[in-house]
Design a protein around this ligand. Structure first.
Ligand SMILES: Nc1ncnc2c1ncn2[C@@H]1O[C@H](COP(=O)(O)OP(=O)(O)O)[C@@H](O)[C@H]1O
Ligand SMILES: [Mg+2]
Length: 214
């Protein structure tokens, strides 16, 4: 069974962004979606990750058609099965980085992985308030928080946008190891070609179409 099937998705705001596009995600997949700014990458990722209902088409996650789920079931799916890493971080800004991870740890009943915090270079700042951290540090805290939840599917929108090349590369190492170990999947939106090439599959969003290029 695929982890995610998005079939014949169309969406428009002022104009049509994409029409009749499909994406299938299986366990172990690492998928990059590329395309120029404004091509609709973030919108498509919002649709895949349950945050936006498309104008047409179906999204099925872990065998469940999203259209058939109540708001409560959607919240449960998001908090237990999906890891959503978006530009707006959704961290609790008034709390420390560690407190943010503790919430995720309570949800998953998994311990916070100290080695992961070391690898991300945030172990020393975990007791600071999120609002006092730099953009890049916040980005790494949200990555650590999402992984602490042990999600089946990670959705990440430009997750390394504020990071230097070396840290960005380490984040990709961490994602790839996580996906392999947990039979999970990664759907990553990026305009960074070198990051995209660290994924097994690459899709390009252009002229309203989604085309597999790797
Ligand atoms: N909530 C919204 N309401 C109206 N227009 C939107 C909304 N979100 C995105 N758009 C428009 O849709 C287009 C694609 O946006 P987006 O999906 O963010 O593209 P990308 O992530 O590829 O840069 C842009 O022209 C953007 O202005
Ligand atoms: Mg975007």
């Amino acid at each position: 069974m695929n982890l995610l099937n998005a079939t014949a998705i169309s969406h428009s705001f002022d104009y049509e962004l994409f029409s009749n596009i499909s994406l299938h995600v299986s366990a172990g997949d690492t998928i990059a979606i590329t395309g120029v700014s404004g091509s609709g990458k973030s919108t498509f990722l919002h649709i895949l990750s349950t945050l936006l209902v498309p104008k047409a088409g179906n999204v099925e996650i872990l065998g469940k058609d999203l259209k058939g789920l109540s708001e409560k079931e959607l919240v449960h799916l998001r908090s237990h099965e999906l890891g959503i890493i978006f530009q707006s971080h959704y961290l609790f800004r008034g709390f420390s980085a560690m407190e943010n991870l503790e919430v995720a740890s309570m949800l998953s009943h998994e311990k916070i992985d100290e080695a992961l915090l070391q690898r991300l270079g945030i172990a020393q700042v975990m007791h600071q308030k999120v609002s006092e951290l730099s953009g890049g540090q916040q980005q790494r805290v949200s990555i650590a928080r999402v992984l602490t939840k042990i999600p089946r599917i990670i959705f990440a929108d430009e997750p390394t946008g504020n990071l230097d090349n070396k840290t960005a590369s380490e984040v990709m190492n961490i994602f790839n190891e996580y996906i392999a170990q947990n039979k999970a999947a990664l759907v990553l939106v990026t305009h960074d070609e070198s990051l995209a090439h660290r994924c097994d599959k690459i899709y390009h969003l252009e002229n309203k179409e989604l085309i597999q290029v790797k």
